[in-house]
Design a protein around this ligand. Structure first.
Ligand code: SAM
Ligand code: ZN
Length: 320
């Protein structure tokens, strides 16, 4: 697995509260600024992983991190076999994400000097998302993952709205199915821009027409154009539909049945019986299906020039 040891990035860690550098000791990480409260109160370490979070400005509370050892407050299928089974049932093989991840890795290989391996930061990396497995398998890419909860594949707990990494310290950022779960997606994208080196690559996926998931931690949806404009400080490389209206229809049937019978199980059965509708997405015309997409993607390069508001109108890729 291309996940690296956080130790190799210690010099790039910054305080999420004041942006000063951090002093890393054996059992504590503190801020080096005497005026910062985190100088006297070291960041907690849970299950061997530091929680580099400004708890006064995050949805994550220090009390919860300490009482749960950083575990997720949301019920998740963490067992790899169970996750794989659910994935097979829930969604067809995610060829689009696989191709996009391959394109991202190729771009990173091309533009990084031959001596160093490109460093990719995964935001919301508590689980490995569908179709991005190649990133984790690539021996020639270093990967660092953060999430707001602990899992065996995150090297630090952090809030994407305040990434505890120095400016221009990573070559790529992967953020899949996370922007809808943060209160301020624009702030996260600004942070991505800040931590990326010049011409760094970002790959983002986010749902457009999907029901609320992750309970209380679900806030926003983006159309393809809205997602593009969110990344207005990035040059477009590739963008479009991850999954189309067929997938969206299966989800709607599930949620309709769930609500009708007041039962998650009934909804799940309805979804199983209708799963084939999602398989039809691949036969749909991209121009038509993007207006009813269940999810969209954006692959881009950090830029110094901002997309204009009129360019966001010209960008529209749908069929209307
Ligand atoms: C739907 S899951 C997607 C996880 C993974 N990227 C995937 O595709 O399987 C959303 C993830 O975003 C994380 N998340 C939510 N809010 C976050 C925040 N403010 N900063 C970083 N990660 C966050 C959640 O903990 C969760 O792991
Ligand atoms: Zn500080």
């Amino acid at each position: 697995m291309g996940l690296i040891d956080l130790k190799s990035c210690y010099e790039n860690l910054i305080c999420p509260r004041c942006s000063c550098s951090l002093h890393v000791e054996q059992s504590a990480i503190r801020c080096t600024s005497e005026t910062c409260p985190q100088a006297a109160n070291p960041f907690p370490i849970v299950q061997g992983v530091p929680a580099l979070i400004d708890f006064d400005d995050s949805v994550v509370s220090l009390e919860n991190v300490l009482s749960t050892s950083g575990s997720s407050l949301i019920r998740r299928a963490t067992h790899p076999r169970l996750r794989r089974l659910l994935r097979v049932i829930n969604s067809p093989r995610n060829r689009r994400s696989e191709a996009n991840t391959a394109q991202m890795l190729e771009l990173l290989r091309q533009q990084t000097s031959t001596s160093a391996k490109p460093l990719v930061l995964v935001i919301g990396g508590g689980t490995i998302g569908s179709g991005v497995e190649e990133l984790y398998a690539a021996d020639d890419i270093n990967t660092l993952a953060l999430d707001i909860y602990w899992s065996p594949i995150v090297q630090f707990l952090a809030d994407g709205q305040r990434i505890p990494l120095a400016d221009e310290s990573v070559d790529g950022v992967l953020i899949q199915a996370v922007l809808e779960h943060v209160l301020e997606p624009q702030t996260v994208v600004q942070e991505i821009h800040r931590v990326l080196r010049t011409a760094g690559i970002v790959y983002s996926e986010t749902p457009f027409l999907q029901q609320v998931h992750e309970g209380a931690y679900d806030f926003t949806r983006f159309s393809d154009s809205g997602h593009r404009y969110l990344f207005r400080d990035f040059e477009l490389i590739n963008s479009g539909t991850i999954a189309g209206p067929g997938t969206q229809l299966v989800w709607s049937i599930e949620h309709f049945t769930r609500s009708l019978f007041r039962s998650r199980t009934a909804g799940f059965i309805a979804r199983l019986s209708m799963f084939w509708l999602a398989r039809l997405d691949r036969f749909l015309d991209p121009e038509f299906s993007i207006d009813g997409a269940s999810g969209v993607y954006f692959l881009g390069r950090k830029s110094n020039s901002r997309m204009s508001k009129r360019a966001a109108i010209e960008y529209y890729q749908g069929a209307q």
